[in-house]
Ligand binder design. Structure first.
Ligand SMILES: [Zn+2]
Length: 287
């Protein structure tokens, strides 16, 4: 870890910009390593594909909350035998993949909590805190959840900007959700499932808001459409292959398309069929 006075960073990481915000410090951090190793095959790569940003909570600085805006690079893996074609660079010992805070921040919270009290006491005190006001909600996520698996359902409402649950409703009826939305006059968009009660609720309770399908349901739609498409193509291919076999076995005087197929060609066709079938099954298995 580099020994800088204010914000120690791992070797090769630099502070690009510091902004003082209303809630603390926003520090932009970049990585300057010329290469990064593929997490799957460990081969180093210098071929950058793209960048994206991660926002991480870090340890406070001078009493101010610190957010890191970390620019992460995506690299191509140039190992021809590696199944991972693109990977994001990792920062071991500094932040875990997918984490929303640095490792040192997590360790600090843990040590403070355990030094003064027990885990149960911390949880009890958190549970005793008054519910915070949801405030102004512009972008709302809505979906159902089950109180008891498969038997009783409620509705969960999430502020998509703060990524916090703002309320739970006792059922998933359109009228219940619509009544809740009528109290949120600033709603600009409602992200929901693929229609039905929540579409109706948004139309009634927040007609000014744009409705959109959430990522989960879009991916579900896409997966189902792809599965149907592949099944259709496989059926057509099987039918074509069956017809081709029948044609090739028909007597010459009955078939206008009769051709002489060599054993080698038949073997080649058979192998190609097997490859296509294996590829199809792989795609289906990933859905
Ligand atoms: Zn690789």
């Amino acid at each position: 870890m580099e020994k800088t006075p204010l914000l120690p960073l791992p070797e090769g990481m630099l502070i690009d910009q510091i902004q003082i915000t209303a809630t603390g410090l926003m520090i932009s951090v970049i990585s300057t390593h010329p290469t990064s190793c593929c997490p799957l095959c460990s081969e180093p790569s210098s071929s950058i594909k793209s960048h994206y940003r991660r926002t991480l909570h870090d340890v406070p600085c001078g009493g101010r909350r610190v957010l890191l805006s970390l620019t992460v690079r995506k690299f191509y893996c140039r190992n021809a035998y590696c199944p991972r074609k693109v990977f994001a660079e990792r920062f071991p010992a500094f932040v875990d993949p997918w984490a929303r805070m640095t490792i040192r921040h997590g360790e600090q919270i843990t040590s403070i909590g355990l030094a003064k009290t027990t885990r149960q006491t911390i949880l009890r005190r958190i549970m005793d805190l008054p519910d915070s006001s949801p405030g102004v909600i512009l972008f709302l996520g809505i979906d159902d959840f089950s109180f008891r698996r498969g038997s009783r359902f409620g509705t969960i409402l999430v502020n998509l900007e703060s990524r916090r649950v703002v309320d739970l409703l006792p059922d998933r009826e359109a009228e219940t959700s619509a009544t809740w939305m009528r109290q949120q006059l600033d709603l600009m968009a409602v992200s929901r499932d693929r229609g039905g009660a929540y579409a109706s609720a948004a139309a009634q309770g927040a007609p000014q808001a744009t409705q959109c399908a959430d990522r989960f349901h879009l991916m579900k739609n896409l997966g189902e459409a792809l599965e149907g498409l592949l099944a259709h193509h496989l059926a057509a291919e099987c039918k074509r292959q069956t017809q081709a076999t029948v044609d090739s076995q028909a007597p010459v005087w009955q078939s206008t398309r009769a051709t002489h197929t060599s054993p080698k060609l038949e073997r080649l066709q058979h192998n190609r069929r097997e490859e296509r079938l294996a590829h199809y099954e792989q795609v289906i298995a990933r859905l």
